[in-house]
Design a protein around this ligand. Structure first.
Ligand SMILES: Nc1ncnc2c1ncn2[C@@H]1O[C@H](COP(=O)(O)OP(=O)(O)OP(=O)(O)O)[C@@H](O)[C@H]1O
Length: 268
């Protein structure tokens, strides 16, 4: 379904989908990001790594417009992000999952995924309440697209269950579905492996690649699980103390002495 949305605004497939340039974020005396620059090309799975406090979540929060930045520039699909209000981010094609799941626990799996359709629906609450023309069609379209995602994510058996009743690993899949429902062209995954068991992490890697291939989207992944990030990423950016310390293929970054040094004593 997302293939239809592959309109390329920026003159073709060679221009990066996301460009971060000289980004600086300071919180009263703490420099969380210090002149960070990198590009993410269309169709890539890019991994963002770094020890605790390196600035990864801060960067994600800048991309979601939850945080402002004192210096630098973020360009998404050829468009500067600085003037984009927070509530427009999903609508412009940036979907996101959170470290702490952002789901409605008392709603069903299907309804949670349908909530993610919101940026793609045109009829507002009032139109729905008044059952104005077009509302039923839009509702049917949302249900159809959410059901497609339920099948893709292997959630058919639990589609009508309340999210609160489900194990953590399943809920994480529901959150992926919610993020995909907005038909993003860039999917930001914030520690998708956190809290998953060994087997679940294994299938997550294949799922991330399948999502990229099936929906032709670009993925930026923050992850502490080195096995996962190194096996799924085409490109890796490493941060430490708010600075970019390395960038390249997983093999290049893994053996970069600065990366090894940054992780000594903090990660295996
Ligand atoms: N809202 C905030 N107010 C003050 N300081 C903050 C805020 N958010 C982040 N920081 C600080 O900015 C730095 C970077 O934090 P950030 O959460 O981005 O790191 P991270 O790489 O995501 O770490 P982790 O892997 O532990 O999630 C840290 O020193 C953190 O304490």
């Amino acid at each position: 379904m997302l293939q239809e949305r592959s309109a390329v605004r920026n003159g073709g497939g060679d221009a990066p989908l996301l460009s971060v340039h000289g980004l600086c974020v300071r919180f009263r005396g703490i420099t969380a990001l210090d002149g960070v620059s990198f590009d993410v090309r269309r169709g890539q799975i890019a991994g963002l790594i770094g020890p605790n406090g390196a600035g990864k979540t801060t960067l994600f929060n800048c991309l979601s417009r939850l945080y402002g930045y004192s210096e630098g520039r973020i360009t998404f699909d050829g468009r500067p992000m600085e003037d984009v209000p927070r509530h427009k981010v999903a609508g412009m094609g940036i979907g996101r999952t959170f470290q702490n799941l952002a789901l409605f626990a008392s709603m069903t799996v299907l309804d949670n995924i349908k909530v993610g359709r919101h940026p793609r629906t045109r009829k507002g609450f009032l139109a729905s309440a008044l059952r104005l023309p077009g509302v039923a069609e839009e509702e049917a379209d949302s249900t159809r697209r959410a059901s497609e995602l339920v099948r893709f994510l292997g959630l058919e058996e639990v589609a009508q269950q309340r999210v609160a009743e489900l194990p953590f690993g399943t809920r994480k899949r529901v959150e992926l579905g919610r993020a995909l429902a907005s038909e993003p062209s860039l999917l930001l995954l914030d520690e998708p492996a956190a809290g998953l068991n060994h087997e679940e992490v294994g299938s997550l890697g294949s799922l991330i690649k399948a999502i990229r291939d099936q929906y032709h989207l670009t993925v930026l992944l923050v992850e502490h699980h080195m096995g996962l990030v190194m096996s799924v990423s085409d490109h890796v950016v490493a941060l430490n103390f708010g600075r970019k310390i390395s960038e390249g293929t997983p093999a290049q970054v893994r053996k970069d002495p600065e990366v090894v040094q940054a992780y000594l004593g903090t990660e295996s």
